[in-house]
Design a protein around this ligand. Structure first.
Ligand code: DAH
Length: 353
């Protein structure tokens, strides 16, 4: 074998070993296999590998040969070591990930931690039913501020300063002509001032009076309604409210209007719904107390003085308005004896609905 081809064979063999080693490193499946690949190609202690043998033989070569064979052998060794190190790091990362996955494993089949479940407040249920009913008729929902000016709460509703009707409202007065609104009726005025007729609005909201006993709380809810159009009559008012009562209390109830008085309606009425439990047949009925009727609130035809206040022409337009208490309605509907229970925030009470 000539000298030149012996050299070439050594270099070729190194190249072969390098390729073999690299592909072995790439294909091993475990760290222990990785270790045997290392031993096979780079040797370990007394256990020699072909590549190390080649390196050992280098000292017998001529200086030029040494450079060539030595260079190739070193390069191959380095590449194999690098590949081994990379795979080792990779396997450490994989092991770490697996350890984390198993330590953080969540058993999705375990039952979860139950969240306490809320429920709709009984007043809110009635408000929703009433509002849904009116929205179904084409009414719009309107709202106003709970801190109201004296003007909207009283004066514009035909209750001028000094009028005795003001004294009946047990008002919470704030600074400088401001009050906590005593009813949702000021929303009527705000609505009419903000648009031209026809008006069809329903206005739910919180209202306040200095009052506290089993059937009165300082804060309570009201639902106001207002319709202003050409040719509206008390008949429209009665038909509308009777349909609403049937929607909330059931198909069998009927509506009764009694003459009453409010500053902002003329004529004014008080509206009662026939008892949805006994229909008037049980003198010991817990809901109507034998009366056969349940009081719902006030209503009437909008007083022309109120229409004039908002620049609506009372010769052209008439309107009806109503206001009732959804808390009271919820009390009778769900048989709750004390209104104060509604606002104590006791979950045991609220969760019954
Ligand atoms: N605002 C009245 C009150 O709280 C209730 C009321 C009566 C409202 C007649 C109305 C109405 O819209 O027409 O006592």
């Amino acid at each position: 074998m000539c000298y030149h081809s012996a050299l070439m064979m050594a270099v070729d063999r190194i190249e072969e070993l390098r390729e073999e080693a690299l592909s072995a490193v790439a294909s091993v499946g475990s760290t222990s296999d990785l270790e045997s690949v290392r031993v096979r190609y780079l040797g370990w202690n007394n256990c020699s590998a072909e590549l190390t043998e080649i390196k050992k033989g280098i000292r017998d070569l001529s200086p030029e040969e040494r450079r060539e064979v030595g260079g190739a052998a070193n390069k191959a060794t380095k590449e194999i070591e690098t590949a081994l190190a990379e795979r080792r790091e990779e396997s450490v990362a994989v092991a770490e990930r697996e350890k984390r996955l198993s330590s953080e494993a969540v058993d999705v089949t375990l039952p979860g931690v139950p969240y306490p479940k809320g429920s709709l407040h009984p007043s809110l249920r009635v408000i929703d039913e009433v509002v849904d009913f009116f929205v179904g008729l084409g009414y719009r929902v309107a709202e106003g501020p709970e801190v109201e000016t004296d003007y909207y709460n009283f004066t514009a509703l035909n209750i001028p300063p000094g009028h005795p009707a003001r004294g009946m409202q047990d008002t919470f007065f704030l600074d400088e002509g401001l009050v906590l609104r005593t009813h949702t009726s000021p929303v009527q005025i705000r609505t009419m001032l903000s648009q031209e007729p026809p008006v069809y609005v329903v206005c739910p909201g919180r209202t306040y009076r200095r009052d506290s006993d089993p059937t009165h709380t300082p804060m309570f809810n009201q639902i106001e309604g207002l319709a202003v159009d050409k040719g509206l009559t008390l008949g429209h008012l009665k038909g509308t409210l009777a349909a609403m009562a049937r929607h909330v209390f059931g198909e069998d109830v009927s509506l009764r209007l009694r003459p009453s008085y409010f500053q902002f309606t003329e004529p004014s009425v008080e509206m009662d719904v026939s008892c949805f439990v006994c229909g008037g047949s049980d003198p010991n009925c817990k809901v109507c107390r034998g009366a056969g009727w349940i009081e719902m609130g006030g209503a009437g035809m909008v007083d022309p003085a109120v229409l004039e206040e908002v620049d609506y022409d009372p010769e052209e337009y008439t309107g009806f308005a109503f206001g009732f208490g959804p808390d009271r309605m919820a009390m009778v509907k769900y048989g709750v004896p004390d209104l104060r229970l509604f606002f104590e925030g006791d979950l045991r009470f609220l969760q019954q609905f």
